[in-house]
Write a protein that binds this ligand. Sequence first.
Ligand code: HEM
Length: 148
Amino acid sequence: MSEEKTTSVDATAQKTFLTYESVKSHTTQDDLWMVIHGKVYNCTKFIDEHPGGEEVLLDVGGLDATDAFEDVGHSEEARKILDELCIGELDPSEVVSSAKSPSTSDSSVSTSSSGSGFFSYIAFAAVIVAVGYYVYMQSANGATGNPI
Ligand code: HEM
């Protein structure tokens, strides 16, 4: 007779953990939850006040809204409001499965990947040139009838 676990409390850190499954059932104007950066927010009271309108919030109700929230470039003020709406954290075992967001809580990200990206671009271009050259040589040989 054990019910499925939807919440648990980490007594030492006073954190409430919620499952993604439980977030998914709060999708209406009267009861709207969403996940942003691994935390769960109850946005019900804020729907009417949202400067970006209620529609966009309802669109991401019950979902991971990290990308939608960050794409808009919300202000510090918006993040303070967010803090007030926080009702818990996504169960740690589930944060990976909604892994669109980097797990850093600061906004000081974005330094690491550009260098290696450049080199893979060069490598890709080199492969394309090599294949093109090979195909060109094959067809040139075919055209002259030269077997070598
Ligand atoms: C509970 C989560 C959210 C809070 C607390 C919040 C808060 C705010 C606040 C305070 C603003 C005013 C501008 C600013 O200070 O940045 C704003 C604007 C806006 N928000 Fe949100 N927002 C939330 C979620 C979202 C989501 C998920 C979307 C989805 C696309 C969104 C879309 C927008 C848009 C488009 C604007 C711009 C409105 C305009 O400048 O005309 N917001 N939001």
